[in-house]
Ligand binder design. Structure first.
Ligand SMILES: Cc1cc2nc3c(=O)[nH]c(=O)nc-3n(C[C@H](O)[C@H](O)[C@H](O)COP(=O)(O)OP(=O)(O)OC[C@H]3O[C@@H](n4cnc5c(N)ncnc54)[C@H](O)[C@@H]3O)c2cc1C
Length: 327
């Protein structure tokens, strides 16, 4: 599918202002420093850690909240579905691509430290691993576990990303979101109904723009940095970081571990096309070079089917599967 015309350059969201209910303030959009161009037919493969997926019908990477509002307003005016993409490290996007507007958040990268309170306010597009390094250098504890997670802050907030028995819900204070109608809202931690790799943000029409975290100050940055480095080394030793993947494909069906079930089913190394169940960590599926999204999808279904037959357990994907796939 190729779209043969260009959308307008967008500078204001006046229509959006009219949609806002009384009493809700939309931030002005005219102050955008670099108005974003919404592009047609942009390949998404390079924007996901699996390195697969077709084009977005439309794509925007806003540089500011104002540009984000403008993009959302345009999608709304065209009745287009919106998909938010952080670092794409938990996404399997169909080879056919995505209809509507895909919004990449990577340019929303402001960071503000409150040294007195040991709090940090971060734009949704900031890399979680970068943030983990920065707070460790300040001697703030609380994000040592996050170093090996290749996502953005926004994606981590939505997914309740976690590792080493810690997760985002442990440190998140509040977030700023924009709804599909362009309404700004602050949501606090308890609004988000956090559970294991889950929050009410998943499947909602909220775009997270900002998150505020409470860390624990110490006078010992060296120890925090050392713990952070240890976590990174452990992960590199036990997980396949050398080939494209989305990390763990399936949620753990507690108290069982998905990786152990897949391994005990004899599926390590199983391949469909160029997609392979990792030999190192059975809950990872790797793109060995030229995998298509459909290969990965079929392998996910195959693993689910084999595990269900052998153990009567239905594995649920943690990875977000977007677009159309044939069974
Ligand atoms: C090698 C590897 C190791 C990993 N290890 C871990 C791990 O230890 N623990 C863990 O929890 N995860 C892990 N992951 C998975 C992934 O990194 C996390 O789920 C991460 O939090 C996803 O962030 P992202 O920015 O890439 O989100 P994306 O993959 O881009 O998106 C994930 C979901 O969040 C939504 N989203 C993203 N940003 C926003 C936003 N600003 N507003 C609204 N919705 C948004 C998307 O629409 C999508 O539904 C790993 C992945 C890889 C490749």
């Amino acid at each position: 599918m190729t779209i043969s015309y260009d959308p307008p350059r967008l500078k204001s969201a006046r229509g959006l202002t009219q949609m806002a209910p009384e009493g809700i303030q939309l931030k002005p959009t005219d102050g955008a420093t670099q108005p974003s161009m919404i592009q047609a037919h942009v390949s998404l493969a390079g924007l996901t850690s699996f390195r697969v997926g077709g084009p977005a019908q439309w794509y925007a990477a806003p540089q500011s909240e104002a540009e984000l509002l403008t993009s959302l307003a345009w999608a709304k005016s065209k009745s287009l579905p919106v998909t938010v993409i952080g670092a794409g490290s938990n996404l399997l996007i169909s080879d056919e691509g995505l209809p509507g507007l895909a919004i990449g958040t990577r340019n929303l990268r402001n960071i503000e430290y409150d040294d007195r309170m040991a709090q940090v306010s971060v734009g949704a597009g900031v890399s979680l691993a970068y943030l983990a390094r920065q707070v460790a250098r300040r001697g703030w504890s609380g994000l040592e576990w996050a170093i090996g997670i290749p996502g953005t802050v926004g994606g981590a907030v939505v997914m309740n990303a976690g590792a080493h028995k810690s997760c985002i819900a442990d440190i998140l204070m509040d977030i700023e979101v924009i709804s599909g109608n362009g309404i700004n809202q602050t949501l606090i931690n308890t609004d988000l109904e956090y559970r294991y790799r889950s929050s009410i943000l998943q499947g909602s029409n909220y775009t997270v723009t900002q998150a505020r975290f409470q860390l624990k100050p110490t006078n010992d940055p060296q120890t925090i940095i050392a713990t952070t480095n240890t976590h990174l080394h452990q992960r590199h030793a036990t997980q396949p970081y050398h080939l494209p993947s989305c990390g763990s494909v399936f949620r753990n069906p507690e108290p069982q571990k998905a990786a152990q079930l897949i391994e005990k089913t004899g599926l390590k190394g199983h391949k469909i096309g160029d997609a392979q169940v990792s030999e190192l960590h059975a809950n990872f599926i790797l793109n060995c070079g030229h995998a298509k999204a459909s290969d990965i999808y079929q392998l996910i279904c195959y693993v689910q089917d084999r595990v269900a037959r052998q153990w009567s357990i239905q594995l649920k994907p943690e990875v977000k599967i977007l677009g159309t796939f044939n069974p």
